[in-house]
Each structure stands twice: as C-alpha cells, then as structure tokens.
Design a protein. Structure first.
Length: 138
C-alpha cells in the first residue's frame, strides 16, 4: 500500500534526488516530488515522498519531522488525498506565524505542540495520545 508524506518548508534549492537520498535511508521509496512553480521552475516550498510500506513512512515521519535538511527544518505529515477525508471534516491544522507560535518556537517548545496534539496515520487512527495542550506547554 502506497503511503504519501507531505514535506513542508524544505530549502528552496532542494532537488528530487537530494530528497530521495535523504528519505531512502529509512525505507524503500516509490517516488518523490519537489513541487515547483510552473512558470519559473522554482520550488514552492513543499514536496511529497511516497513509500511502498506504511511502516517506512511512519519511521521517516518520526525521524525527520522538525529536522534540519540543508540547514532548514522540515515539517512532515501524512498526505491525505482521499476524497472521503475532505467530506468527513477530517483536516490538518496549520499553525504558522502567529505570535503564540513564534513565542513557542523561541522558547524551543514548538515540537511539544506536536507531541501534545498527537499524530494520526493515513487512515485517521490515532498514533499518539492527545493531552491537554494548555497545561503541557506552560
């Protein structure tokens, strides 16, 4: 079963080959794609990595999420392209460039937010327990 990972905020100069070399260290990869602007050919700051095995994708997410890749931290989540996810109300929540998040990043606590909310696999099954974020980040 093909499992896709969304890789956000990679360095603008990263190539498909560099992404492949990095993520293939974990497990066999079906394909990678650095998304680019059609007019300029420049990276638009996200990519996809497709694994043949869900366990390989889960391991890559655990190992590489928030890890600097070519001096820029990347953010990884499962890519959910199935139409039922869009109709069901299931969604990814993006928290970026808010004052609160900037303070958490400065204090080194932004990764705790991910830990506290938990993570989910591509079927929507909870992979990590949820906790009270307000008390955990205090």
């Amino acid at each position: 079963m093909l499992t896709s990972l969304y890789v956000g905020d990679p360095d603008a100069s990263i190539t498909d080959e560099q992404l492949f070399q990095t993520f293939s260290q974990v497990a066999h990869i079906a394909s990678v794609r650095v998304c680019r602007d059609l007019a300029t050919g420049r990276s638009i700051s996200y990519s996809y990595v497709n694994y043949n095995n869900p366990r390989g994708a889960a391991r890559a997410l655990d190992l590489f999420n928030f890890t600097p890749l070519y001096n820029k931290p990347i953010h990884i989540m499962y890519s959910q392209r199935h139409p039922n996810f869009h109709k069901s109300g299931t969604a990814n929540i993006f928290i970026k460039e808010t004052k609160m998040f900037k303070r958490l990043k400065k204090a080194g606590k932004h990764t705790k937010m991910v830990e506290q909310f938990g993570s989910f696999d591509e079927e929507g099954t909870e992979a990590a327990p949820r906790k009270n974020v307000a008390t955990a980040l205090a």
